[in-house]
Ligand binder design. Structure first.
Ligand SMILES: C[S@@+](CC[C@H](N)C(=O)[O-])C[C@H]1O[C@@H](n2cnc3c(N)ncnc32)[C@H](O)[C@@H]1O
Length: 320
């Protein structure tokens, strides 16, 4: 970053926000340098496969929430344009890219293969989906040699209502690892906010009850990104599978690198920043990059909402 700045190749557009490639109006690569931290925190306008194929160091954790491919996208039906969740769409960030339901399987195979190649030995791929799609993720990951670790069920505050079957009331988290399950290269820290066994020992369950991770919805009147996750949900997973810095057995080690190739509204980005690990995110929606910058910098630089970076209208009043 220092070199790019000296060479005039990085342009500061906000406190802490530097455009490394592209223009402030259409940034292709953005770095955040804030809160006295100069370690890697970068966002790129790229498809998931492009981002994962172009990585210059292996990831410790790829934690992501790809588009669901259920034909609902940003809350409007693709076929009729009808609103399905009764939201105020003027307050929802535009440009969310979904994947056609019929292409979901091939789409999943290609980005999961790219993710497997981008992991270090012992690194984790953790994918959040609805229950309908989790099987495709696990099959695609096993097909490219990743090892099954866990499948968590996490209760949603708002079940997806359907008339002719049970309402979908949980997310699935598919956890896969590069290498053997009992490899010492794997990291697993039972999240500190999960209940313990009566003896006081960690006994982290794979079933997180409805409401346990909170909800993502913005307060009335606030701008929100479609299908964003609750921050506690992302934070627990980042804590479980990362090391924030050096330790007795890793003197001088850098914080782990977390990658989210479908960054959306930046919940994983924010969780990574709060944990003190490095982060690389990508999305095909330029508004996702702008929203994520605004969300993270607002949290760290100034408690008062910043004007919108990168030429977007002000994105003030974001919730966590
Ligand atoms: C479910 S959202 C992610 C939400 C995010 N986890 C959050 O909490 O805000 C999925 C994102 O993937 C993006 N997307 C869709 N297709 C993509 C692709 N091929 N490569 C990268 N991003 C893509 C969408 O624009 C959307 O922002």
């Amino acid at each position: 970053m220092q070199t790019l700045r000296r060479q005039g190749r990085a342009r500061r557009v906000e406190a802490g926000v530097w455009v490394v490639e592209g223009t402030p109006g259409r940034a292709r690569r953005v770095a955040l340098v804030a809160g006295g931290r100069s370690d890697r925190f970068e966002l790129r306008l790229a498809s998931a496969v492009e981002l994962l194929d172009s990585m210059d160091e292996p990831a410790d954790l790829i934690l992501t929430d790809p588009p669901y491919g259920l034909g609902v996208g940003s809350g409007a039906r693709h076929d009729t344009g009808q609103r399905v969740y009764g939201r105020d769409h003027a307050r929802v960030v535009a440009g969310y890219a979904d994947v056609p339901t019929t292409e979901y399987r091939d789409f999943t195979s290609s980005w999961v293969a790219a993710a497997a190649s981008a992991l270090r030995p012992g690194g984790h791929l953790v994918v959040i989906t609805g229950p309908q799609q989790a099987a495709w993720v696990q099959i695609a990951a096993e097909d490219v040699g990743l090892t099954y670790v866990n499948s968590l069920a996490v209760g949603r505050v708002f079940p997806l209502y359907t008339k002719r079957r049970f309402a979908h009331s949980h997310w699935r988290v598919t956890v896969m690892a590069a290498g053997m399950l009992y490899s010492s290269a794997r990291v697993f820290n039972p999240p500190s906010d999960l209940p313990k066994a009566r003896s006081g020992r960690d006994y982290p369950l794979d079933l997180w009850p409805t409401g346990d991770v909170g909800r993502a919805d913005a307060q009335p009147g606030q701008v929100r990104y479609p299908n964003s996750l609750p921050i506690r949900f992302a934070a627990r997973l980042v804590e479980a599978f990362t090391r924030p810095g050096e330790s007795a057995d890793r003197p001088g080690a850098e914080p782990d690198l977390v990658v989210d190739p479908f960054v959306g509204g930046g919940t994983v980005a924010l969780a990574a920043w709060l944990r003190g690990v490095r982060f690389l995110g990508g999305d095909v929606n330029p508004n996702a990059l702008a929203f994520t910058c605004a969300r993270v910098t607002r949290r760290l630089l100034d408690p008062v909402a910043l004007p919108g970076p990168l030429g977007t209208p002000a994105l003030g009043g974001l919730s966590a």
